[in-house]
Design a protein around this ligand. Structure first.
Ligand SMILES: [Zn+2]
Ligand SMILES: [Zn+2]
Length: 251
């Protein structure tokens, strides 16, 4: 099941709570959420946009087994009142911040009223939200999409003129990329574990490092960190350069 719920940032700081903890224990009420349901969160005024995509990790929690989150409530009384009833745990999957998911765009694409209580999503509105949430991961793609849509609205003549006058060398821009930093201690321990022998082909390292004359082996994550693999000794294998290349390219 896929849900749309709403959040009021004047009452609770969802943004900070998610970035500090990665999940929020959310009032369940009488809604029949199930584990692994997807929940999109629409943030009310002044934002009026869908900002978060979450997965239901737990249902039927109560005040004894939820995260204590008083600091994120604007009014302490609201916090106390919030403790009644049952809760679901919403794990944040992705954030978005795009005009394509604001109230006006959602209305054009099938939303009847500004979201309040939990609403099941389906059909065209769901496809619209899914697609635009996906595309907006990358602000660059969103910007490009808007520009392409604009260009499609031009006449052939107008577009041709723009193309003729455009510089032939593409603009170069700077983008931010997130990478995972692996632990140097895991790498060191894995190298010690291998003791100069490739853990795949069991042959000694083909040469030594120039710098310190230690055997040249590389530490490879069996499940990539980017795919959710753990930075642990059991998820790494120490390889000679040949086996490492094979592992990545299969030749
Ligand atoms: Zn090898
Ligand atoms: Zn590797």
């Amino acid at each position: 099941m896929i849900w749309l719920i709403s959040a009021n940032s004047k009452i609770y700081d969802h943004s900070k709570s998610f970035s500090d903890h990665g999940f929020i224990d959310w009032k369940q009420g009488i809604t029949k959420y199930q584990i692994n349901d997807t929940v999109y969160i629409y943030v009310t005024k002044p934002e009026q946009k869908i900002r978060y995509k979450c997965i239901v990790e737990k249902v039927g929690l109560d005040s004894t087994n939820i995260r204590k989150d008083q600091e994120y409530w604007v009014n302490p009384n609201d916090y106390k009142q919030s403790l009644a009833g049952s809760f679901i745990r919403l794990n944040l999957v992705e954030k978005a911040n795009t005009k394509l998911l604001d109230l006006d765009s959602l209305r054009v694409n099938g939303l009847k009223n500004a979201p309040q209580g939990p609403k099941k999503l389906s059909g065209d509105l769901l496809s619209y939200i899914k697609n635009n949430f996906f595309l907006s991961f990358n602000g660059l793609i969103e910007e490009e999409l808007i520009e392409i849509k604009k260009s499609l609205d031009l006449s052939f003549k107008e577009r041709k003129k723009l193309i003729e006058n455009a510089p032939k060398n593409p603009k170069k821009i700077t983008v931010v990329t997130y990478v995972y930093k692996r632990s140097p201690d895991i790498v060191a321990e894995a190298l010690i574990r291998a003791n100069g022998i490739c853990e795949q082909c069991k042959l000694p390292a083909p040469f030594n490092r120039k710098k310190d004359n230690t055997p040249y082996l590389e530490v490879h994550h069996k499940i990539r960190l980017a795919d959710g693999g753990e930075d642990t000794l059991s998820n790494v294998i120490t390889l000679c350069p040949n086996c490492h290349r094979q592992m990545h390219h299969g030749f």
